[in-house]
Design a protein around this ligand. Structure first.
Ligand SMILES: C[S@@+](CC[C@H](N)C(=O)[O-])C[C@H]1O[C@@H](n2cnc3c(N)ncnc32)[C@H](O)[C@@H]1O
Length: 334
């Protein structure tokens, strides 16, 4: 283990086995039971790592918002395993308050906003977030009120985006604000290109985007509404060849370049260091990409990205088996 760095396995253990996370998971019987697997921990770990970095850099300069556009139920069951994990919204709250005894004021997001379309997931998420806020209070003495500090909406992100932008602008008036957005759809057809553009029109937005390359490859050729979901470069390329023949890297690179084009030079991204998440058949499911206005933040985030990139699906399965107590000896993951 590299000194000072948290082991990858410690993150997995924390999300699945810590007392706080177990209590939060058990707050509802509704869990997301599709699409979460050993490799899904990569996106949670990346988010966890970036939250601290982001708040440390920005929280004393502006009001910081955290937006999760595809929140889920707050807890997931790992496919084929008897193991449950908290999801991105819970991690964003648990790690979005950093105790700061020397200053006497915790470092935290000004506000968290969660969107989830599925009604049952939304209800479960609400319960889990209420529990999480109690746990944060116990651990950090920070009070997070639902409805004030944390808002949860049972809405479609593609429809609600305009209200959301207006709401944030109204709340911040002339104050400087920064936003960290987490975008984690199952499929390319869950997020419209127009929504991505609208998110990026807000001035200081950092985005962690799990670009669903796999569903692009499998679904675009059959999709009747390509203009709705594809970025301009992807739209152009799909008029020239079948999408299933386009390499994963090219899909995510073109999509990322179109995002950068909208924002302009001021934004940087992981590019070659983005994290590919692959399944048991070694097919890429999505690419974890970070877009940020802070070059230094991207440079530091490259550290965790490189560590996660080194772990393939087999390694991730071994890590989870280790957490389940099914595997006693394990190579060191760092
Ligand atoms: C991959 S899951 C998110 C998992 C979550 N990030 C986590 O870490 O647990 C995607 C979620 O987005 C929701 N969803 C799909 N389309 C949506 C939309 N247009 N607006 C809001 N939520 C949507 C789905 O119901 C699902 O719960």
């Amino acid at each position: 283990m590299v000194r000072g760095k948290k082991e990858i396995i410690d993150y997995v253990e924390e999300y699945t086995k810590s007392n706080d996370c177990e209590e939060i998971i058990n707050e509802s019987s509704i869990l997301n039971n599709i699409g979460f697997n050993s490799w899904s921990f990569k996106k949670l770990i990346f988010l966890d790592y970036y939250l601290k970095l982001y708040l440390t850099i920005l929280s004393n300069k502006s009001k910081c918002y955290f937006l999760d556009f595809f929140s889920g139920a707050g807890a997931n069951i790992i496919e084929g395993k008897n193991l449950k994990s908290v999801g991105s919204p819970i991690i964003s709250i648990l790690k979005g308050v950093i105790p700061n005894k020397s200053q006497g004021v915790n470092i935290r997001f000004h506000k968290w906003i969660f969107l989830e379309k599925n009604k049952d997931f939304y209800e479960a998420l609400k319960k889990r977030i209420e529990k999480t806020s109690k746990i944060v209070r116990k651990n950090t003495e920070e009070t997070l009120k639902i409805g004030t500090d944390i808002e949860i909406f049972n809405e479609d992100s593609n429809i609600f985006i305009n209200n959301l932008i207006e709401k944030i602008k109204r709340e911040c008036k002339n104050e400087r604000f920064s936003i960290l957005v987490f975008i984690d759809p199952y499929k390319f057809s869950e997020i419209e290109w127009d929504t991505v553009k609208r998110i990026l029109t807000m001035k200081y937005v950092d985005v962690i985007f799990n670009i669903p390359t796999n569903t692009f490859k499998r679904g675009v050729d059959k999709c009747n509404e390509k203009e709705k979901y594809l970025s301009p470069s992807l739209l152009k390329i799909c008029s020239q060849c079948s999408f299933s023949n386009i390499p994963d890297d090219e899909i995510s690179n073109l999509y990322a370049k179109d995002i950068v084009n909208i924002v302009g030079r001021s934004i940087c991204y992981l590019s070659n260091n983005s994290v590919s998440v692959k399944n048991n058949c070694n097919s890429e499911l999505y690419k974890i990409e970070l877009f940020s206005h802070h070059r230094r933040a991207v440079e530091i985030a490259e550290d965790i990205a490189k560590r996660l990139k080194r772990l393939d699906c087999k390694n991730m399965n071994e890590l989870v088996n280790q957490v389940l107590g099914k595997q006693t000896s394990l190579n060191k993951y760092f």
